[in-house]
Design a protein around this ligand. Structure first.
Ligand SMILES: Cc1cc2nc3c(=O)[nH]c(=O)nc-3n(C[C@H](O)[C@H](O)[C@H](O)COP(=O)(O)OP(=O)(O)OC[C@H]3O[C@@H](n4cnc5c(N)ncnc54)[C@H](O)[C@@H]3O)c2cc1C
Length: 498
């Protein structure tokens, strides 16, 4: 078969998913991965017998995973077990008010005391509109390749009547009287690193997706999912080369010819697909000194999104909660506007913290040795564009988090600490080559009407493709699996001249 060798940069979920599809189609597929492990963000951190997921625990739209397995003649249930759960997550405010998201909208409405009569109507209206946006998003945007680099929400997909330019906070302020409900219903953009007062209200499709198809955990955690994908990839004939970092994508006469690796060897290939961070791929892997590529220029114009400080704690006893926590919690700042100004406008560490708090043994009891406890904090922080000196700042910041965290527990966390690991934006940049340590690729803030994702096919360089976080249709596992399906389709159609 002609034109059949594929080189994929990165064994993240995107690289593995597209590799599986193409290997099953008869392509010779090799993945080069800079680390000595697969899975990228989905690889958990281990401290002794403790397991701490970094990302990707919440499986939404499980049909996307089922489709990947069935597309190569396998059944997902032969590889892993998914368990649905509800309540899904809890938001906790400093005055101890709380809000719990349940699988069923009716449960969410009935079991949360924040809803007054007017707010109940607001919630119903919010849900109906979110469902409509989700329908349009799914049929018009999610599964379709897009070629132009205009804001995909605007003319090409005909979303204008759903007013994508309105911010989450503007919409929720009109619908709710409770300040907490306003904040929560604007806050979904923060799951992709977007400021609630400027990012599109379209991020409301996140809870809509959760409530429509449910939220699942992989039994055994994210490493079980990664291992299943690696196994399937090998079964389909693919190969993974670890500790191999791509240094540059080789281009000859406008078409890719392969990839140069860190040992200076060149791997020739008919197609190159990058699952590495999109901004990093465009800025550092493509030599644009001699030739101008418009998609590289577009990537350079976009600002990288915010980063994260991740703090995992192993404790000698289970922490005693003042207020009941779930596996997944969002600890809200005292003053949202001030917090948002400090983080997004002033590009500095907010004095008042907001963080995601995961309780690993409530996610999977096997993550924590019996009789002991664990906590994981994922805290939004500025990316490396800011002036924060992380080697100097990280210990002080870890202490700041511990102090904030202590207010939620009865027992002294510091004296119970038996192991810890924190990950700074500098480390994220080193671990995954994410440009400026950005956690979700490009910034989704709408201030500059930028496109949050690039098209999957690079129109200036033949046979070069992008999957994963920064590529269409965006971050989150279902979207990344969809990006893999789109790239697979484009390569197969291109080969057949369609
Ligand atoms: C804190 C957090 C929580 C999240 N939680 C969820 C969740 O619960 N559910 C959900 O659906 N999504 C979640 N997401 C999103 C999801 O985890 C990511 O979108 C997804 O894991 C990204 O996968 P990827 O394959 O695009 O990229 P990555 O996981 O970044 O993989 C890219 C791979 O490329 C490798 N690489 C980079 N450069 C090179 C190079 N030059 N040469 C060779 N290899 C290279 C990297 O080492 C890495 O292995 C979360 C994201 C974050 C940040």
């Amino acid at each position: 078969m002609k034109n059949n060798s594929v080189l994929i940069i990165g064994a993240g979920i995107g690289g593995l998913a597209v590799g599986i599809r193409l290997a099953a189609e008869g392509f010779r597929v090799r993945i080069v991965e800079k680390n000595d492990y697969p899975g990228g963000w989905l690889n958990p951190v281990r401290i002794g017998d403790f397991t701490f997921p970094n990302a990707g625990s919440l499986i939404t739209m499980p049909q996307q995973l089922e489709t990947l397995f069935s597309s190569v003649g396998r059944s997902l249930s032969d590889y892993l077990e998914l368990e649905e759960f509800s309540p899904i997550m809890r938001f906790i405010f400093s005055d101890e008010h709380e809000y719990t998201l349940y699988r069923e909208a009716a449960d969410t409405l009935m079991k949360n005391s924040l809803f007054g009569l007017n707010d109940q109507q607001g919630y119903t209206a919010y849900g109906k509109r979110s469902d409509r946006i989700l329908d349009e998003f799914q049929t018009k945007f999610f599964s379709k390749p897009y070629k132009r680099s205009l804001n995909p929400f605007v003319p090409e997909f005909g979303f204008r009547n759903l007013r994508p330019g309105r911010s989450g906070l503007r919409v929720s302020t009109r619908l709710f009287t409770s300040e907490e409900l306003r904040i929560i219903h604007a806050f979904w953009s923060m799951f992709c690193g977007g400021a609630p007062s400027v990012s599109s209200h379209f991020y409301r499709i996140i809870p809509a997706v959760m409530q429509r198809w449910g939220v699942y955990l992989v039994k055994g955690g994210t490493s079980t999912l990664v291992n299943a994908l690696v196994k399937l990839f090998h079964e389909c004939g693919g190969e993974i080369q670890y500790n191999s970092e791509a240094q540059s994508i080789q281009v000859y006469n406008g078409s890719v010819t392969g990839v140069r690796l860190n040992d200076n060897s060149i791997r020739m290939a008919d197609y190159v697909i990058s699952d590495a961070d999109t901004a990093y791929t465009c800025r550092y892997l493509i030599d644009s000194d001699r030739f101008r590529y418009s998609f590289v220029t577009e990537a350079q114009k976009r600002t990288p999104g915010i980063s994260l400080f991740i703090y995992h704690m192993a404790l000698k006893t289970p922490p005693v909660e003042k207020q009941a926590l779930l596996g997944f919690n969002v600890i809200m700042p005292q003053n949202l506007r001030e917090w948002e100004r400090e983080l997004f406008s002033e590009n500095r560490l907010p004095s008042d913290l907001m963080f995601y708090l995961n309780v690993p043994d409530k996610i999977d009891s096997a993550f924590v040795p019996e009789g002991q406890g664990a906590l994981s904090v994922i805290c939004p922080v500025p990316n490396l564009n800011s002036e924060i000196n992380w080697p100097q700042e990280s210990y002080r910041f870890r202490d700041h988090i511990l102090t904030a965290l202590q207010t939620l527990f009865e027992n002294d966390l510091r004296s119970d600490l038996i192991g810890e690991r924190y990950i700074t934006p500098v480390m994220l940049q080193d671990m995954f080559n994410s440009y400026q340590g950005a956690a979700w690729g490009f910034s989704p803030n709408q201030e500059k009407t930028e496109v949050p994702h690039l098209p999957n096919q690079c129109r200036d360089i033949e046979n070069l493709y992008l999957v994963g976080n920064g590529a269409h249709p965006g971050p989150f596992l279902p979207a990344i699996l969809q990006s893999a399906e789109i790239v697979h389709q484009e390569i197969v159609n291109g080969r057949h001249g369609k």
